[in-house]
Design a protein around this ligand. Sequence first.
Ligand code: CP
Length: 310
Amino acid sequence: HRHLLGIKGLSPLDIEMLLDRADEAVAISRQPEKKSARLRGRTQINLFYEASTRTQSSFELAGKRMGADVMNMSVASSSTKKGETLLDTAVTLNAMRPDILIIRHAAAGAAALLAQKVGCSVVNAGDGAHEHPTQALLDALTIRRARGRIGGLTVTICGDVLHSRVARSNIVLLNAMGARVRVAAPSTLLPSGIERMGVEVFTRMEDALKGADVVMMLRLQRERMAGSFVPSVREYFRYFGLDGQKLKLAKEDALVMHPGPMNRGVEIASEVADGPQSVIQEQVEMGVAVRMAVMDALLDPRRNGSQAPA
Ligand code: CP
């Protein structure tokens, strides 16, 4: 079975092909009758151990738009509460013969572990601070549709890079596609050795914004900060929050992106989040399309047997 566990392992051609397929899914999703029958008869299970608004609902809509039977496992009211482990839960669900399992979990490597234990395709919908591949793909689709390309653009990723699976997946994808990637954060929120991922590192946001084509803001992930440095909101916003003043340093038509959920007044001001350069709502629309494309590619019978990840 074929899986999507991370952007690492995808070739630039794999990525382009998924984005092309997602463009077709956007067209389907903009018709009054938003249905294809490509996954008719297939069973999709969403297994979310961490909170989600965008990812879970878009995976559900994506499956339904392609005719799959979609089941959302309610982890909060499941036997997880009685001590059942992730693997026992997964093996139990696997016995119900799903075709694809979508998993979000707080532990890095959870999706890869599951993929070894179940007899169906697995998609990583976010594993700890490791990877969130469909997020990076939807970000790439948003950029490609707005600018016509990804290669050669300067993308500044700003905020809590240390705890961000979104940043990690985006850095890998954007580098693979030939973009120049900058990261900007207080040094306490940068992973050690981040330079080795092929990014330019800034601890002053203003410097990182100069001439950027795309500004991607990240939320402070307080849920992953137990016992470590938590910045004060007021100070953080002053130095690392994106407002209209700071945005002027980027290119005049720079795209403003945020994977959500946003904390307004912490990493981003409403004037920019809701302003003319913001493509945050486009990102959400592209999320459904990318998830349609990914599941379609993984379950495509014409490509079964291929070792390519997507
Ligand atoms: N961007 C993202 O993963 O959002 P959710 O946590 O709401 O799914």
